[in-house]
Ligand binder design. Structure first.
Ligand code: AMP
Length: 397
Protein backbone atom coordinates (compact mmCIF):
# COMPACT_ATOMS: atom_id res chain seq x y z
CA UNK A 1 0.00 0.00 0.00
CA UNK A 2 3.00 2.34 0.39
CA UNK A 3 4.63 2.12 -3.01
CA UNK A 4 2.08 4.18 -4.94
CA UNK A 5 2.60 6.47 -7.90
CA UNK A 6 2.43 10.14 -6.99
CA UNK A 7 1.56 13.08 -9.22
CA UNK A 8 5.27 13.63 -9.73
CA UNK A 9 5.59 10.17 -11.30
CA UNK A 10 3.20 10.90 -14.15
CA UNK A 11 3.18 13.26 -17.11
CA UNK A 12 0.35 15.71 -16.54
CA UNK A 13 1.19 18.43 -19.09
CA UNK A 14 -1.83 18.97 -21.36
CA UNK A 15 -3.72 16.08 -19.75
CA UNK A 16 -7.21 16.21 -18.31
CA UNK A 17 -6.75 15.12 -14.71
CA UNK A 18 -9.70 14.12 -12.51
CA UNK A 19 -8.72 14.90 -8.92
CA UNK A 20 -10.75 13.47 -6.04
CA UNK A 21 -10.38 15.99 -3.20
CA UNK A 22 -11.83 16.08 0.29
CA UNK A 23 -13.94 19.24 0.22
CA UNK A 24 -16.32 17.91 2.86
CA UNK A 25 -16.11 21.21 4.76
CA UNK A 26 -18.41 22.52 7.51
CA UNK A 27 -20.80 25.17 6.18
CA UNK A 28 -22.95 27.68 8.05
CA UNK A 29 -25.40 29.72 5.97
CA UNK A 30 -23.34 29.02 2.87
CA UNK A 31 -20.08 30.13 4.50
CA UNK A 32 -17.18 27.70 5.05
CA UNK A 33 -16.40 27.74 8.78
CA UNK A 34 -13.19 25.66 8.72
CA UNK A 35 -10.80 25.84 5.77
CA UNK A 36 -8.34 23.13 6.86
CA UNK A 37 -9.45 20.75 4.14
CA UNK A 38 -9.23 23.42 1.43
CA UNK A 39 -5.73 24.33 2.56
CA UNK A 40 -4.82 20.64 2.56
CA UNK A 41 -5.86 20.29 -1.08
CA UNK A 42 -3.94 23.32 -2.40
CA UNK A 43 -0.44 21.82 -2.90
CA UNK A 44 -1.72 19.17 -5.32
CA UNK A 45 -3.94 21.58 -7.21
CA UNK A 46 -1.12 24.15 -7.51
CA UNK A 47 1.35 21.51 -8.73
CA UNK A 48 -1.10 20.41 -11.44
CA UNK A 49 -1.79 24.00 -12.54
CA UNK A 50 1.91 24.85 -12.64
CA UNK A 51 2.64 21.72 -14.65
CA UNK A 52 0.06 22.49 -17.32
CA UNK A 53 -2.66 19.98 -16.48
CA UNK A 54 -6.35 20.57 -17.09
CA UNK A 55 -7.58 20.13 -13.55
CA UNK A 56 -11.05 18.67 -12.94
CA UNK A 57 -11.80 18.61 -9.22
CA UNK A 58 -14.50 16.52 -7.58
CA UNK A 59 -15.60 15.78 -4.02
CA UNK A 60 -18.56 14.89 -1.87
CA UNK A 61 -20.03 17.27 0.69
CA UNK A 62 -22.20 15.96 3.53
CA UNK A 63 -24.80 13.29 2.96
CA UNK A 64 -27.28 14.32 0.25
CA UNK A 65 -28.07 10.61 -0.21
CA UNK A 66 -28.35 10.62 -3.99
CA UNK A 67 -30.40 13.82 -4.27
CA UNK A 68 -29.49 17.33 -5.39
CA UNK A 69 -29.70 19.28 -2.12
CA UNK A 70 -28.91 22.99 -2.74
CA UNK A 71 -27.58 23.45 0.82
CA UNK A 72 -24.91 20.81 0.03
CA UNK A 73 -23.79 22.37 -3.26
CA UNK A 74 -20.04 22.74 -3.73
CA UNK A 75 -20.55 26.25 -5.13
CA UNK A 76 -19.13 27.99 -1.99
CA UNK A 77 -16.02 25.80 -2.30
CA UNK A 78 -15.50 26.84 -5.94
CA UNK A 79 -15.79 30.48 -4.91
CA UNK A 80 -13.37 30.20 -1.99
CA UNK A 81 -10.88 28.09 -3.97
CA UNK A 82 -10.87 30.74 -6.71
CA UNK A 83 -9.86 33.30 -4.08
CA UNK A 84 -7.22 31.04 -2.57
CA UNK A 85 -5.67 30.12 -5.92
CA UNK A 86 -5.95 33.61 -7.37
CA UNK A 87 -7.54 32.19 -10.50
CA UNK A 88 -11.05 31.21 -11.50
CA UNK A 89 -12.28 27.78 -10.53
CA UNK A 90 -15.17 27.21 -12.91
CA UNK A 91 -18.09 25.59 -11.11
CA UNK A 92 -19.92 23.01 -13.22
CA UNK A 93 -23.30 23.20 -11.48
CA UNK A 94 -25.00 20.13 -12.97
CA UNK A 95 -27.32 18.38 -10.53
CA UNK A 96 -26.36 15.13 -12.24
CA UNK A 97 -22.66 16.02 -11.71
CA UNK A 98 -21.54 15.02 -15.20
CA UNK A 99 -24.01 17.06 -17.28
CA UNK A 100 -24.02 19.69 -20.02
CA UNK A 101 -22.21 22.31 -17.91
CA UNK A 102 -19.40 19.96 -16.96
CA UNK A 103 -18.96 18.64 -20.50
CA UNK A 104 -18.93 22.10 -22.04
CA UNK A 105 -16.53 23.49 -19.43
CA UNK A 106 -14.15 20.57 -19.96
CA UNK A 107 -14.26 20.98 -23.75
CA UNK A 108 -13.14 24.61 -23.38
CA UNK A 109 -10.29 23.95 -20.93
CA UNK A 110 -6.81 25.29 -21.59
CA UNK A 111 -3.73 23.93 -19.83
CA UNK A 112 -3.68 25.12 -16.22
CA UNK A 113 -7.46 25.70 -16.03
CA UNK A 114 -9.46 24.39 -13.08
CA UNK A 115 -13.05 23.12 -12.92
CA UNK A 116 -14.99 21.86 -9.90
CA UNK A 117 -17.81 19.38 -10.43
CA UNK A 118 -20.97 19.34 -8.30
CA UNK A 119 -21.20 17.19 -5.14
CA UNK A 120 -20.60 13.58 -6.25
CA UNK A 121 -23.08 12.29 -3.67
CA UNK A 122 -25.91 14.04 -5.55
CA UNK A 123 -25.78 10.79 -7.51
CA UNK A 124 -27.06 7.67 -5.77
CA UNK A 125 -24.63 5.48 -7.73
CA UNK A 126 -21.63 7.21 -6.08
CA UNK A 127 -21.57 5.38 -2.75
CA UNK A 128 -22.38 2.05 -4.43
CA UNK A 129 -19.38 2.38 -6.75
CA UNK A 130 -21.67 1.71 -9.71
CA UNK A 131 -19.93 1.40 -13.04
CA UNK A 132 -22.32 3.70 -14.92
CA UNK A 133 -21.41 6.80 -12.88
CA UNK A 134 -17.74 5.80 -12.70
CA UNK A 135 -17.66 5.77 -16.51
CA UNK A 136 -19.39 9.15 -16.72
CA UNK A 137 -16.78 10.68 -14.41
CA UNK A 138 -13.96 8.98 -16.29
CA UNK A 139 -15.29 10.24 -19.64
CA UNK A 140 -14.23 13.76 -18.64
CA UNK A 141 -10.57 12.93 -18.03
CA UNK A 142 -7.48 10.91 -18.93
CA UNK A 143 -5.73 10.59 -15.58
CA UNK A 144 -7.02 9.95 -12.06
CA UNK A 145 -5.54 11.49 -8.95
CA UNK A 146 -6.84 10.68 -5.48
CA UNK A 147 -6.04 13.18 -2.79
CA UNK A 148 -9.01 12.57 -0.48
CA UNK A 149 -7.56 10.67 2.47
CA UNK A 150 -10.77 11.25 4.48
CA UNK A 151 -12.70 8.96 2.11
CA UNK A 152 -9.87 6.60 1.15
CA UNK A 153 -11.48 3.86 3.27
CA UNK A 154 -14.56 3.92 1.02
CA UNK A 155 -14.82 2.33 -2.41
CA UNK A 156 -17.00 4.83 -4.26
CA UNK A 157 -17.20 5.88 -7.93
CA UNK A 158 -15.11 9.01 -7.32
CA UNK A 159 -12.54 7.32 -5.06
CA UNK A 160 -12.07 3.99 -6.85
CA UNK A 161 -14.42 3.27 -9.78
CA UNK A 162 -13.61 6.20 -12.08
CA UNK A 163 -9.87 5.51 -11.92
CA UNK A 164 -10.38 2.04 -13.37
CA UNK A 165 -11.44 3.60 -16.68
CA UNK A 166 -8.54 6.04 -16.93
CA UNK A 167 -4.97 5.71 -18.20
CA UNK A 168 -3.12 6.22 -14.92
CA UNK A 169 -3.92 6.50 -11.22
CA UNK A 170 -1.73 8.41 -8.76
CA UNK A 171 -2.00 9.95 -5.31
CA UNK A 172 -1.75 13.65 -4.55
CA UNK A 173 0.50 15.27 -1.94
CA UNK A 174 -2.01 14.96 0.88
CA UNK A 175 -2.40 11.19 0.59
CA UNK A 176 1.34 10.89 0.06
CA UNK A 177 1.91 12.74 3.34
CA UNK A 178 -0.66 10.66 5.22
CA UNK A 179 0.94 7.44 4.00
CA UNK A 180 4.38 8.67 4.97
CA UNK A 181 3.56 9.71 8.52
CA UNK A 182 0.83 7.26 9.51
CA UNK A 183 2.55 4.48 7.62
CA UNK A 184 6.04 5.03 8.96
CA UNK A 185 4.84 5.62 12.50
CA UNK A 186 3.17 2.23 12.53
CA UNK A 187 5.51 0.21 10.33
CA UNK A 188 8.89 1.49 11.56
CA UNK A 189 8.36 3.29 14.85
CA UNK A 190 11.30 4.64 16.80
CA UNK A 191 10.77 3.15 20.28
CA UNK A 192 9.36 3.51 22.83
CA UNK A 193 6.17 3.55 20.73
CA UNK A 194 3.05 4.69 22.59
CA UNK A 195 -0.52 4.67 21.34
CA UNK A 196 -3.18 6.72 23.08
CA UNK A 197 -6.78 5.73 22.55
CA UNK A 198 -9.81 7.54 23.87
CA UNK A 199 -13.24 8.63 22.75
CA UNK A 200 -16.63 7.34 23.56
CA UNK A 201 -16.80 3.65 22.85
CA UNK A 202 -14.76 0.46 23.03
CA UNK A 203 -16.86 -1.01 20.22
CA UNK A 204 -15.55 1.62 17.77
CA UNK A 205 -11.96 0.80 18.67
CA UNK A 206 -12.00 -3.00 19.01
CA UNK A 207 -9.95 -3.70 15.90
CA UNK A 208 -7.49 -0.91 16.56
CA UNK A 209 -6.81 -1.99 20.16
CA UNK A 210 -6.18 -5.52 18.99
CA UNK A 211 -3.86 -4.41 16.19
CA UNK A 212 -1.91 -1.85 18.21
CA UNK A 213 -1.20 -4.39 20.94
CA UNK A 214 0.89 -6.20 18.34
CA UNK A 215 3.03 -3.12 17.76
CA UNK A 216 3.28 -0.70 20.68
CA UNK A 217 5.31 -0.59 23.89
CA UNK A 218 2.65 1.38 25.78
CA UNK A 219 -1.09 1.58 25.23
CA UNK A 220 -2.81 4.41 27.06
CA UNK A 221 -6.59 4.27 27.37
CA UNK A 222 -8.77 7.21 28.39
CA UNK A 223 -12.15 8.72 27.55
CA UNK A 224 -15.50 6.98 27.85
CA UNK A 225 -14.04 3.67 26.69
CA UNK A 226 -11.81 3.46 29.80
CA UNK A 227 -14.75 2.62 32.09
CA UNK A 228 -15.47 -0.69 30.38
CA UNK A 229 -11.84 -1.57 31.12
CA UNK A 230 -12.10 -0.36 34.73
CA UNK A 231 -15.21 -2.48 35.16
CA UNK A 232 -13.30 -5.45 33.77
CA UNK A 233 -10.66 -4.78 36.44
CA UNK A 234 -13.37 -4.96 39.10
CA UNK A 235 -13.67 -1.25 39.95
CA UNK A 236 -16.92 0.54 40.72
CA UNK A 237 -17.79 2.78 37.78
CA UNK A 238 -21.04 4.43 38.95
CA UNK A 239 -23.13 5.70 36.04
CA UNK A 240 -20.17 6.06 33.64
CA UNK A 241 -20.44 5.08 30.02
CA UNK A 242 -20.02 1.31 29.84
CA UNK A 243 -20.50 -1.41 27.26
CA UNK A 244 -21.47 -4.48 29.28
CA UNK A 245 -21.05 -6.73 26.26
CA UNK A 246 -17.45 -5.58 25.84
CA UNK A 247 -16.27 -6.25 29.41
CA UNK A 248 -15.06 -9.72 28.44
CA UNK A 249 -13.25 -8.28 25.44
CA UNK A 250 -11.57 -5.71 27.68
CA UNK A 251 -10.35 -8.58 29.91
CA UNK A 252 -8.99 -10.40 26.87
CA UNK A 253 -7.13 -7.27 25.75
CA UNK A 254 -5.62 -6.83 29.21
CA UNK A 255 -4.39 -10.42 29.06
CA UNK A 256 -3.06 -9.92 25.55
CA UNK A 257 -1.14 -6.82 26.68
CA UNK A 258 0.44 -8.83 29.49
CA UNK A 259 1.38 -11.67 27.17
CA UNK A 260 2.93 -9.26 24.65
CA UNK A 261 4.82 -7.27 27.28
CA UNK A 262 2.83 -4.12 26.42
CA UNK A 263 2.26 -1.70 29.27
CA UNK A 264 -1.49 -0.99 29.31
CA UNK A 265 -2.27 2.21 31.17
CA UNK A 266 -5.77 2.81 32.54
CA UNK A 267 -7.07 5.65 34.72
CA UNK A 268 -5.98 5.46 38.37
CA UNK A 269 -8.27 8.36 39.32
CA UNK A 270 -11.11 10.16 37.58
CA UNK A 271 -12.84 13.51 37.25
CA UNK A 272 -16.54 12.85 37.76
CA UNK A 273 -19.95 14.54 37.94
CA UNK A 274 -23.47 13.52 38.86
CA UNK A 275 -24.83 14.49 35.46
CA UNK A 276 -23.61 14.72 31.85
CA UNK A 277 -23.13 18.49 31.99
CA UNK A 278 -20.32 21.02 32.26
CA UNK A 279 -20.68 21.14 36.04
CA UNK A 280 -18.12 21.14 38.87
CA UNK A 281 -15.23 18.70 38.44
CA UNK A 282 -15.09 16.23 41.33
CA UNK A 283 -11.87 14.19 41.61
CA UNK A 284 -11.92 10.62 42.91
CA UNK A 285 -9.34 9.12 45.31
CA UNK A 286 -8.62 6.13 43.11
CA UNK A 287 -10.04 4.40 40.05
CA UNK A 288 -13.38 3.72 41.80
CA UNK A 289 -16.27 6.03 40.93
CA UNK A 290 -18.88 6.67 43.65
CA UNK A 291 -22.49 5.62 43.14
CA UNK A 292 -24.53 8.11 41.13
CA UNK A 293 -21.42 9.66 39.55
CA UNK A 294 -20.01 9.32 36.06
CA UNK A 295 -16.43 9.62 34.83
CA UNK A 296 -16.07 12.51 32.40
CA UNK A 297 -12.29 12.95 32.36
CA UNK A 298 -9.10 11.36 33.66
CA UNK A 299 -8.00 12.58 37.10
CA UNK A 300 -4.77 14.42 38.11
CA UNK A 301 -2.75 11.33 39.09
CA UNK A 302 -3.68 9.69 35.80
CA UNK A 303 -2.77 12.85 33.90
CA UNK A 304 0.68 12.79 35.53
CA UNK A 305 1.21 9.16 34.66
CA UNK A 306 0.05 9.55 31.05
CA UNK A 307 2.10 12.73 30.54
CA UNK A 308 5.24 10.99 31.90
CA UNK A 309 4.71 8.10 29.49
CA UNK A 310 4.25 10.52 26.59
CA UNK A 311 7.45 12.38 27.54
CA UNK A 312 9.43 9.13 27.53
CA UNK A 313 8.19 8.05 24.11
CA UNK A 314 9.79 8.51 20.71
CA UNK A 315 6.72 7.73 18.59
CA UNK A 316 3.18 8.57 19.68
CA UNK A 317 -0.06 7.97 17.85
CA UNK A 318 -3.23 9.41 19.36
CA UNK A 319 -6.86 8.79 18.48
CA UNK A 320 -9.78 9.90 20.65
CA UNK A 321 -10.09 12.45 23.49
CA UNK A 322 -9.32 11.61 27.15
CA UNK A 323 -12.63 12.99 28.36
CA UNK A 324 -15.60 15.10 27.38
CA UNK A 325 -13.32 17.88 26.13
CA UNK A 326 -16.30 19.82 24.80
CA UNK A 327 -17.05 20.64 28.48
CA UNK A 328 -14.56 23.22 29.82
CA UNK A 329 -14.41 21.50 33.22
CA UNK A 330 -13.58 18.12 31.70
CA UNK A 331 -11.09 19.12 29.01
CA UNK A 332 -8.04 18.96 31.31
CA UNK A 333 -6.94 15.42 30.45
CA UNK A 334 -7.19 15.97 26.70
CA UNK A 335 -5.42 19.32 27.01
CA UNK A 336 -2.57 17.88 29.13
CA UNK A 337 -1.92 15.02 26.70
CA UNK A 338 -2.04 17.38 23.70
CA UNK A 339 0.35 19.80 25.42
CA UNK A 340 2.80 17.04 26.40
CA UNK A 341 2.87 15.79 22.80
CA UNK A 342 3.24 19.32 21.42
CA UNK A 343 6.24 19.98 23.67
CA UNK A 344 8.22 16.99 22.47
CA UNK A 345 11.02 18.00 20.15
CA UNK A 346 12.65 14.71 19.21
CA UNK A 347 9.65 12.44 18.87
CA UNK A 348 7.23 11.65 16.06
CA UNK A 349 3.75 12.78 17.08
CA UNK A 350 0.80 11.70 14.96
CA UNK A 351 -2.82 12.65 15.57
CA UNK A 352 -5.21 10.19 13.98
CA UNK A 353 -7.98 12.47 12.74
CA UNK A 354 -11.53 12.88 13.99
CA UNK A 355 -12.21 14.39 17.40
CA UNK A 356 -8.62 14.33 18.60
CA UNK A 357 -7.50 16.25 15.49
CA UNK A 358 -10.29 18.76 16.07
CA UNK A 359 -9.29 19.07 19.74
CA UNK A 360 -5.59 19.53 18.95
CA UNK A 361 -6.31 22.13 16.25
CA UNK A 362 -8.82 23.91 18.49
CA UNK A 363 -6.25 24.09 21.29
CA UNK A 364 -3.72 25.57 18.87
CA UNK A 365 -1.28 22.63 18.98
CA UNK A 366 -1.86 21.45 15.40
CA UNK A 367 1.35 22.84 13.94
CA UNK A 368 3.42 21.49 16.84
CA UNK A 369 2.66 17.88 15.88
CA UNK A 370 4.59 15.93 13.29
CA UNK A 371 1.34 15.12 11.53
CA UNK A 372 -2.38 15.70 12.09
CA UNK A 373 -4.30 13.28 9.92
CA UNK A 374 -7.18 14.67 7.84
CA UNK A 375 -9.16 11.42 7.99
CA UNK A 376 -10.92 10.16 11.12
CA UNK A 377 -12.39 6.87 9.92
CA UNK A 378 -9.65 6.40 7.34
CA UNK A 379 -6.81 6.86 9.82
CA UNK A 380 -8.49 4.50 12.28
CA UNK A 381 -8.83 1.81 9.60
CA UNK A 382 -5.22 2.45 8.63
CA UNK A 383 -4.14 1.93 12.25
CA UNK A 384 -6.22 -1.24 12.31
CA UNK A 385 -3.90 -2.53 9.60
CA UNK A 386 -6.65 -2.55 6.97
CA UNK A 387 -5.99 -1.82 3.33
CA UNK A 388 -7.78 1.34 2.21
CA UNK A 389 -9.58 0.79 -1.14
CA UNK A 390 -8.93 4.36 -2.34
CA UNK A 391 -5.21 3.74 -1.97
CA UNK A 392 -5.05 0.11 -3.07
CA UNK A 393 -6.71 1.19 -6.36
CA UNK A 394 -3.81 3.50 -7.28
CA UNK A 395 -0.97 2.36 -9.56
CA UNK A 396 2.18 1.05 -7.98
CA UNK A 397 5.43 2.79 -8.89
P1 AMP B 1 -14.90 9.18 19.38
O1 AMP B 1 -15.68 9.76 18.23
O2 AMP B 1 -15.16 7.76 19.64
O3 AMP B 1 -13.43 9.55 19.29
O4 AMP B 1 -15.48 9.90 20.66
C1 AMP B 1 -15.36 11.26 20.89
C2 AMP B 1 -16.39 11.65 21.89
O5 AMP B 1 -16.20 10.90 23.08
C3 AMP B 1 -16.30 13.10 22.28
O6 AMP B 1 -17.45 13.77 21.83
C4 AMP B 1 -16.22 13.07 23.79
O7 AMP B 1 -17.06 14.01 24.41
C5 AMP B 1 -16.69 11.67 24.13
N1 AMP B 1 -16.17 11.24 25.42
C6 AMP B 1 -14.92 11.26 25.85
N2 AMP B 1 -14.82 10.85 27.13
C7 AMP B 1 -16.06 10.57 27.53
C8 AMP B 1 -16.61 10.12 28.75
N3 AMP B 1 -15.84 9.91 29.82
N4 AMP B 1 -17.95 9.92 28.82
C9 AMP B 1 -18.71 10.16 27.74
N5 AMP B 1 -18.25 10.58 26.54
C10 AMP B 1 -16.95 10.80 26.44
Amino acid sequence: MFNKKTIEDIKVQGKRVLVRCDFNVPLKDGVITDENRLNGALPTIKYLIENGAKVILCSHLGKPKGEAKPELSLQPVAKRLSEMLGKEVVFACDDNVVGENAKEAVSKMENGDVILLQNTRYRKEETKNEESFSKELASLAEIFVNDAFGTAHRAHCSTVGAGEFLEERACGYLIQKELKFLGEAVANPVRPFTAILGGAKVSDKIAVINELLEKVDNLIIGGGMAYTFLKAQGYEIGTSLVEEDKVEYAKEMMEKAKAKGVKLLLPIDNAVATEFKDVERIVTEDANIPEGHMGLDIGPKTINEYVETVKNSKTIVWNGPMGVFEFKNFAEGTLAVAKAMAELTDATTVIGGGDSAAAVNQLGFGDKMTHVSTGGGASLEFLEGKELPGIVALDNK
